[in-house]
Structure formats: structure tokens, C-alpha cells
Design a protein around this ligand. Structure first.
Ligand SMILES: Nc1ncnc2c1ncn2[C@@H]1O[C@H](COP(=O)(O)OP(=O)(O)OP(=O)(O)O)[C@@H](O)[C@H]1O
Ligand SMILES: [Mg+2]
Length: 247
């Protein structure tokens, strides 16, 4: 199975938006990329504001929603607890076969996790256990501003301690409040650039760029150019190429 596992430094950092936008940009370049959100909590599968439907729309894939999401649970809590509350059990083998089926439909599969890496996820596994068994390299989505150096480096080290390969970090500006003030936006840009250098220098992991806020009217026509102007797609492809060079 070839692809990426997309995790984040926290819940709400922009995993869904970055996954969907990157998948769309790569699909436009001719890569057959599918998207999955195996377990979703807080929205039912076909809720248009939920992750599975958002991924489908942003990536522009035509897979059925049940091929994108294995299990959706209504309570907005960590998946393991949401399963317990709904009296549902989903095990590692269920998620692994679900993702393998996605890889039979697409050459590349981008799998979005839930929350971050140290998260109780399935009835018998946490997020990092699933990443290890799927044997996918990881892309980390992080906030660009204050706090991200700490969160990003802790996430990278946690994954490395479990022998999981990290290909890079993408910052997401989308959920941060945007500022109209020039001084503040200059400071934000300096902070972002400095944060990327700290992460790179301390861990050797590249930061491929920052996804800006994508206004809803811009999704369809402009999402690819927004991604290409702000994220180093060739760098990401090169990192993926080095992971899969034996294929
Ligand atoms: N680049 C963006 N452009 C526009 N809106 C964005 C962007 N990134 C995030 N958002 C907004 O922020 C919210 C949180 O982002 P997102 O759902 O991608 O986070 P997440 O890390 O996937 O969260 P979860 O842990 O719940 O899966 C989205 O619902 C969306 O409204
Ligand atoms: Mg999400």
C-alpha cells in the first residue's frame, strides 16, 4: 500500500483541509490519489460539514462516502470513547482491511487520522499503532504560530521512537484568525519562517510550506493554484519518492 498517513499536532489544526487540498493538487498532476477517514467522531458519514464529506469535496474524488469512512460516531470525543458510548467495536484488522481496499481502488491513499498521534483510536489500538501496522509514512499538519515548535518536535520524536517515518510538516494557516494589520502579518510571517527553521534544524524534517485560508468561493477553481503557490509539492513528491524508491 502506497500513500501517506496525515496526522496533526492537535485536533482542529487542519488535517482534513491539508489532506484534501494536497490530494486535489496531486490528482491534477495525474497522480491517482484516494482519501480515507477511517474513523470519524462528531459527525455522521454524510454530514456535509464532517471530515469524510469535506475530504471528498476538497480532493474531488468520486468514491462513495462509505469507501472514504468506515465508521462515523455522533459524539464529538476521541474515537475510542465515542465507540464505547455507541457500543461499537472497531479493531485494527477492520481499519487495515478498509485501507487496503482503498489501495486497490487508488495507487496512492491519503489516510487522515484523528486528533494527533497519542490518541485512543480503536477498540484495540491508538493512532500510532495503526500507523505502524499500515506502514505508511507520516505527514504532520501543524499550526504556524506560537507553540508549534514544541508540538511539532514532540510529535516527530514520538513517532520516531516507534520507528515511524516522518516525511514532513505542513503548516495550516486556515484555522488561525487572519490579521489585516501589516505589522501583525509581518510578525506572523517571521514567526512562521523561524518556526519552520527550528523544526528543520532540530529534527531534520522538512516543512513543506503553509496552506493559507481557502475561502469557500475559491475551492473548486483555485484550490490547486493556492496549494502550488504555498506548498513545496516537488519536495513532498521527492520525499515520497525516496520512501517508495524500491517499488
Ligand atoms: N486552509 C483552510 N481554509 C479554510 N478553512 C480552514 C482551513 N483549514 C482549516 N479550516 C477550518 O478549520 C476547521 C478545522 O480544520 P480541519 O477540520 O481541517 O481540522 P482537523 O485537524 O482535520 O480536525 P479534526 O481533528 O477534527 O479532524 C475546518 O472545519 C475549517 O472550517
Ligand atoms: Mg479532520
Amino acid at each position: 500500500m502506497k500513500g501517506l498517513f496525515i496526522t496533526g499536532t492537535d485536533t482542529g489544526v487542519g488535517k482534513t483541509w491539508v489532506t484534501g487540498a494536497l490530494a486535489r493538487a496531486l490528482r491534477r498532476k495525474g497522480y491517482d490519489v484516494g482519501v480515507c477517514k477511517p474513523i470519524q467522531s462528531g459527525n455522521l458519514k454524510d454530514d456535509p460539514t464532517g471530515d469524510a464529506m469535506t475530504l471528498r469535496r476538497l480532493a474531488g474524488v468520486l468514491d462513495s462516502i462509505s469507501d472514504i469512512c468506515l465508521c462515523a460516531l455522533p459524539q464529538p470525543v476521541a474515537p475510542q470513547l465515542a465507540m464505547r458510548l455507541s457500543e461499537v467495536d472497531i479493531y485494527m484488522e477492520d481499519v487495515v482491511s478498509f485501507c487496503r481496499r482503498a489501495s486497490n481502488r487508488h495507487e496512492w491513499v491519503f489516510v487522515e487520522g484523528a486528533g494527533g498521534v497519542a490518541v485512543p483510536y480503536l477498540s484495540d489500538a491508538w493512532v500510532s499503532d495503526v500507523i505502524r501496522v499500515l506502514d505508511l509514512p507520516v505527514l504532520i499538519v501543524a499550526r504556524p504560530g506560537l507553540g508549534t515548535v514544541n508540538h511539532s518536535i514532540l510529535t516527530i520524536e514520538y513517532l520516531r521512537n516507534q520507528d515511524i517515518r516522518v516525511v514532513g510538516v505542513v503548516f495550516n494557516r486556515g484555522s488561525d484568525p487572519c490579521t489585516e494589520n501589516d505589522t501583525d502579518s509581518r510578525l506572523a510571517a517571521l514567526l512562521e519562517e523561524t518556526n519552520a527553521s527550528y523544526i528543520r534544524e532540530s529534527t531534520g524534517v522538512p516543512v513543506f510550506g503553509s496552506l493559507p485560508h481557502i475561502p469557500s468561493y475559491a475551492y473548486e477553481p483555485n484550490i490547486v493554484s493556492i496549494v502550488e503557490e504555498n506548498v513545496d509539492i516537488p519536495g513532498l513528491l521527492e520525499s515520497l519518492g525516496s520512501v517508495y524508491s524500491g517499488y
